[in-house]
Design a binder for this molecule. Sequence first.
Ligand SMILES: Nc1ncnc2c1ncn2[C@@H]1O[C@H](COP(=O)(O)OP(=O)(O)OP(=O)(O)O)[C@@H](O)[C@H]1O
Ligand SMILES: [Mg+2]
Length: 245
Amino acid sequence: MPALITVTQLSKTFQMGRQKVHALDRVDLAVAPQTFSTVMGPSGSGKSTLLYLLGGLDRPTSGQIVVEGQSLEAMDENALAEYRRRKVGFVFQSFNLIASLSALENVAYPMRFAGVPRRRRLAVARDLLQRVGLGDRLLHKPTELSGGQQQRVAIARALVNDPALILADEPTGNLDTASGQAIMQLLAELHHHGRTVLVVTHELRMTAYATNTLYMLDGRIVSHAEYEAATAVANPEPVSTSRSA
Ligand SMILES: Nc1ncnc2c1ncn2[C@@H]1O[C@H](COP(=O)(O)OP(=O)(O)OP(=O)(O)O)[C@@H](O)[C@H]1O
Ligand SMILES: [Mg+2]
């Protein structure tokens, strides 16, 4: 099966004064369609940067991203915006909901830019909120919802244009364990319905939902063995305090 996404020698460098930060360093990656990948790596290893570039939210310094045969590099700003709108659903750690709008209006909002009439927008939004289990919270504002509920609104919003690709950057990072698990189950369900899902997570048990896991270190994708070796040093086993007889 041809890859949905092919990444070749992808680099992103940030110039901070006289210092260069290599957020991504010549990453090669192929993402097969209808897979569920978790992305793991220490803070600063380039996970968010990778997701942003895949989602067309930012441009690489060098290298290529090809999605369904289309090179993001070749797209102008309009084409890239169209790509984001049609192909990608992005879920952020901090939900990014509009505080003054209800759950229903938050989900309906992005459809404005796709030229969907208001009645239809609200009908689609209601349907999506029902699907994420919030049919009884349509008129609640973000502050009137729990963290897990806000994240479910954000997921419903990410689904409005029926994207093939769902990118989630630590979607459970601000949630308690039970809410986090519910979000991962929801993402797993989307995967079972044929979407391709990439989720950045720090939580090892979230990898149970994944078909594969990507490990990142210092802007590179590394093997599991290399990752284990590097992180084992960073996270030594806790010293046992129990006295053995
Ligand atoms: N806009 C920016 N300007 C300068 N440096 C940046 C910028 N964005 C990211 N970086 C740097 O690039 C590196 C990778 O950042 P990134 O946000 O991708 O890490 P991450 O793996 O998502 O970390 P975390 O787990 O903390 O979210 C970091 O060293 C960061 O400081
Ligand atoms: Mg990040």
